[in-house]
Design a protein around this ligand. Structure first.
Ligand code: 3PG
Length: 213
């Protein structure tokens, strides 16, 4: 597993969660994210365009692209084959984690309870997605889980936006925060790449100001 990828995600602190209906939007989306100062994307396997979109974003060479909503070993194969540098799952699947390990690709499985975090640790995973963050207790729940699991890092996603991202980033146990608010599906579909670049730049600026205090 490549710690370098986790380090890069931690450095950026934000992971735009992407749902693409048309792979033709991948390149302008990549340009908008990079132009906004956040060359990171988690492309979810929720649409048929995901694999091709990952391939296009990876080919740009300037985006740290991963695959999200990965539920099966076959999707791991397709994601890695297309150039995904990391794989994100909504839940904790031993099969997916072990398959990612065979590919030597970074994996971020989901875990929101103490039992799930412990199971992740038993699989050798110490950075987990905390999903769905908003309805799983939010930042308070992460802070509570971080008390016993001191070495674990969380990537909360689900229900996070410009209004509450600071609550999560304030926690030392949070490696990065994921969400669709920077590049919403509807905005991508409508070709609103200027707006995406601007909301990405706003999020990056917010992270910078949080870190400077
Ligand atoms: C995810 O898959 O990580 C979430 O669905 C993104 O959640 P959001 O749309 O509430 O940001």
């Amino acid at each position: 597993m490549s710690d370098d990828v986790l380090q890069q995600l931690t450095r950026h602190a934000l992971v735009p969660v992407i749902v693409l209906d048309d792979a033709a939007d991948a390149d302008p989306l990549g340009a908008a994210l990079a132009g906004g100062g956040l060359p990171v994307a988690e492309v979810t396997f929720r649409t048929d365009a995901a694999e091709e979109a990952i391939r296009i974003l990876a080919a740009r060479g300037d985006i740290l692209v991963g695959a999200g909503t990965v539920l099966t070993p076959d999707q791991v194969d397709r994601a890695v084959g297309a150039g995904a540098r990391y794989v994100v799952s909504p839940g904790l699947s031993r099969t997916v984690v072990e398959h990612c390990r065979r590919h030597e690709v970074t994996v971020l499985p989901g875990a929101v309870t103490a039992t799930e975090v412990q199971a992740a640790l038993e699989l050798g995973v110490d950075t987990v997605k905390f999903f769905p963050a908003g309805t799983s207790g939010g930042a308070k729940a992460i802070a509570a889980l971080a008390a016993p699991f001191t070495g674990v890092r969380f990537v909360p996603t689900g229900g996070i936006d410009a209004g509450n991202v600071a609550d999560y980033l304030a926690l030392p146990s949070v490696a990065a925060v994921g969400g669709s608010w920077m590049a919403p599906r509807a905005a991508i579909r409508a070709g609103e790449f200027d707006a995406i670049r601007k909301s990405t730049a706003d999020a990056v600026a917010a992270v910078a100001s949080l870190r400077s205090v």
